[in-house]
Design a protein around this ligand. Structure first.
Ligand code: FES
Length: 353
């Protein structure tokens, strides 16, 4: 059984299966609805019910207050229709959003690489190509772990060889390839399993693409990327995509890490900076070890941004990905350096334990 949900003011229609949430059905049918957490805690996906009945699901009282429930509001990520419905949503879609539908994939582990003492690179070969925008993420099912874990895709969506069907191919430019950077979280069941149990040849389920973190290509402002830890993954995909497509803007990558061993892919970005005059790479270490013999910037990554631009970031777009404290410090630094909030895009890298 399924129900028809009409989304106003656009009039778009969604078929929602019995037991399926409105958000899941919308994303799988290429209909944009705003969302963030996907599980009833942030309130981003709040919509107004104009007609029909639904099970409102597990919405937290913070995300959906009692007075809002009384007014007929629901969270699209929790709400399961029990009749045909009409809802009203804020469907103000970013002009650069391509809206590729979410689909389910079987993913075979093609390669595993140690990137740093705490971060693993995992290359999956999908059962078919996935269309996504550089910077988006997938939800991964991990055996024995309830729910899914979100990981940003670290490769660009380009396809150098569309005919490649070699399941062991580790070429990151294949369209049916998804590369992830997974940081091991102490005591975390999901990342612990991915670090200790996952083997080449294992097959997992994932869905995607999700997210609104992508480069706005319709403007011409120079771009600042600020990345911390394994939050490098989506900026890496976005930078490779920009350089591959010959984007002429000035592109700056500020990569933060604790020490030299954690500063992975440094050689790759130094090489890209040598090849592309519009790409600039500034690594920053905030806990340098004596053996690092570090001659680069010492301090937090947002401090490197301030020093580099001398408190003047206006005229740029900024894309931030990393742990929440890094994001908060970087946003403050950018705004104090004359960048408007509307020019700052971010992916809070809430740890996938
Ligand atoms: Fe966060 Fe629905 S997306 S509450």
């Amino acid at each position: 059984m399924s129900y028809q949900v009409t989304v106003e003011p656009t009039g778009e229609m969604i078929e929602v299966d019995d037991g399926q949430t409105i958000l899941d059905a919308a994303l799988r049918q290429g209909v944009w609805l705003p969302f963030a957490c996907g599980h009833g805690t942030c309130g981003t996906c709040k919509v107004q019910v104009l007609s029909g009945f639904a099970d409102v699901g597990n919405a937290s009282s913070f995300a959906l207050m009692d007075v809002e429930r009384d007014e007929g509001k629901v969270l699209a990520c929790c709400c399961k229709p029990e009749s045909d419905m009409t809802i009203e949503a804020d469907v103000d879609v970013d002009a650069d959003f391509l809206g590729y539908p979410v689909e389910d994939y079987r993913a075979t582990v093609a390669a595993i690489e140690t990137l740093s003492p705490t971060i693993r690179g995992i290359a999956f070969k999908l059962d078919r190509p996935m269309r996504f925008q550089a910077g988006q993420y997938i939800n991964l099912h991990i055996p024995g772990v309830e729910g899914t874990r979100a990981f940003s895709i670290a490769n660009p969506p380009s396809c150098a060889d569309p005919s490649c069907a070699d399941p062991s191919c580790a070429d990151p430019s294949c369209a049916d390839k998804v590369l992830l950077h997974v940081r091991k979280v102490a005591g975390g069941a999901a990342t612990g399993w991915l670090h200790e149990q996952l083997q080449v040849g294992d097959v997992l389920d994932l869905s995607g693409p999700y997210g609104q973190f992508f480069v706005r290509k319709s403007d011409s402002q120079d771009v600042i990327f600020i990345a911390g830890g394994s939050g490098l993954s989506s900026p890496e995909a976005m930078i490779l995509d920009l350089l591959e497509t010959g984007d002429g803007r000035q592109i700056y990558l500020f990569q933060g890490a604790r020490n030299l061993a954690e500063l992975y892919h440094r050689e790759r970005f130094e090489s890209l900076a040598a090849q592309h005059t519009n790409f600039h790479y500034i690594p920053a270490l905030n806990d340098v070890l004596p053996e690092d013999a570090w001659q680069g910037f010492s301090g937090f990554v947002h401090e490197a941004v301030i020093q580099h631009f001398n408190h003047r970031c206006s005229g740029h777009k900024a894309y931030l990905c990393g742990p929440p404290p890094m994001i908060d410090a970087a946003v403050t630094a950018l705004m104090q350096s004359r960048l408007f909030e509307r020019d700052i895009h971010m992916e809070r890298f809430v740890t996938a334990a």
